[in-house]
Ligand binder design. Structure first.
Ligand code: NAD
Ligand code: DAU
Length: 351
């Protein structure tokens, strides 16, 4: 079965591609525009495989997307391509509307035209997995969890664009019958994450001896999931999920941001015994908060476990320690990125 993965050169998409091709031996066409966030180095582990094809295409380019469907005849789509960084969405929301809303519309509508041309059997088997985020549900206070029935209350331009995309995905199932399944996932961490997100930002800044910019007082809570767990969960939903359904994916790892940063510092203290930046926690600096900063995210993932039998394997402390080690051992992946991205503050709305 050939799967069309969009955004397969990004953080989560590349983990999906490595899992499908490397672990499961499946055929994949990776459709990616290669924005600042995408790089084929992230799929180098499987790039020699005949089972992997690459198409440098913008998901908003209908003619190019149609051509990819016609050339590769996929049996399913896993749609991950997106502008993904909240801070960037505050500075430049239009890119988020263009890719996340218009691009998702183009993917859905092109998939529908393609699906209508399939045999009855192939139509029944076809799936369009739309990969989304828990940020569509807005912020939690101290209590409670997001369920699949939580109200949509997106706070940031990023979350609003993903919410709009989710609504289009559901509509293409409800109105036209396209076999769409939607997932909403919590914060991912692990190897190959672009160093603008919180965990790699802190790791690379600490290695360099720079200040570690904790937004506000560091009490905001995120629910962390290892990216390899997410990739496996997405394949589970693709193959076992019911069309028209939504599945939340979480790691049951709620942590305050400051706790995570302190854990990164402690890990670096152990790994870099001779560093002049020890103890790394002295580099922590509390900086101006993100505008509209959601206080807490936490996922109730019981539907996915109960109905499809999936639960996360990674323990957060082990996963975080291995992630820190991965960045230390893979400078050849992130040093070239630092030449085009300097880790400056984004998301104050001044851009
Ligand atoms: P990422 O920014 O690391 O990667 C995005 C990829 O999409 C890149 O390879 C980029 O080149 C590609 N892309 C961007 N615009 C494109 C376009 N117009 N056409 C084709 N390709 C384009 O993102 P990520 O963190 O891997 O997130 C992947 C998906 O998962 C997104 O849909 C995101 O909303 C969702 N998600 C992310 C997280 C997280 O914690 N990172 C959590 C839940 C859901
Ligand atoms: O919840 C899922 C979402 O998680 C995904 O949909 C997004 O694509 C992904 O980027 C992520 O969004 P967050 O905004 O939660 O992730 P980020 O890594 O940007 O920030 C995590 C927390 O850390 C957040 O509370 C803001 C804070 N932060 C972030 C950065 C970059 C800091 O304190 N300092 C920083 O330098």
């Amino acid at each position: 079965m050939k799967i069309l993965v969009t955004g397969g050169a990004g953080f989560i998409g590349s983990a999906v591609v490595r899992h499908l091709v490397g672990d499961l031996g499946m055929s994949v066409v990776n459709l990616d525009k290669l924005t600042y966030a995408g790089g084929l180095e992230s799929v180098a582990a499987v790039s020699d495989s005949d089972a992997l094809a690459f198409e440098q295409v913008d998901i908003s380019d209908r003619a190019a997307v149609e051509r990819v469907f016609a050339d590769h005849a996929p049996k399913a789509v896993m749609h991950l391509a997106a502008e993904s960084h909240v801070d960037r969405s505050i500075d430049c929301p239009s890119a988020f509307v263009e890719t996340n809303v218009n691009g998702t519309f183009t993917m859905l509508d092109t998939a529908l035209a393609y699906w209508r041309g399939l045999s009855f059997k192939a139509q029944k088997e076809f799936r369009f997995l739309h990969v989304s985020t828990d940020e569509v549900y807005g912020a939690l206070g101290g209590e409670g969890l997001f369920t699949e029935d939580s109200q949509y209350r997106p706070s940031s331009p990023y979350a609003a664009s993903k919410a709009a995309a989710d609504h289009f995905a559901r509509a293409w199932h409800h109105t036209y019958g396209l076999p769409v399944v939607v997932t909403n996932c919590s914060n991912n961490y692990g190897p190959y994450q672009f160093p603008e997100k919180m965990i790699p930002t802190m790791v690379l800044a600490a290695i360099a001896g720079d200040r570690l910019p904790v937004y506000g007082d560091g009490s905001n809570v995120r629910d962390w999931l290892h990216v390899e767990d997410h990739a496996e969960a997405l394949y589970t939903v693709l193959t076992k999920g019911r069309p028209g359904e939504v599945y939340n994916i979480g790691g049951d790892n709620e942590r305050r941001n400051l706790e995570v940063v302190e854990a990164i510092c402690a890990e670096l203290d152990q790994l870099l015994l001779n560093s002049k930046n020890k103890p790394h926690r002295n580099l922590i600096e509390f900086v101006t908060d993100r505008p509209g900063h959601d206080f807490r995210y936490a996922i109730d993932g019981s539907k996915l476990e109960r109905e499809l039998g999936w639960s996360a394997k990674w323990k957060f402390e082990k996963g975080l320690a291995e992630t820190v080690r991965w960045y230390l051992e893979n400078r050849d992946w992130w040093e070239p990125i630092q030449k085009i991205y300097s880790r400056g503050r984004q998301g104050l709305g001044n851009a």
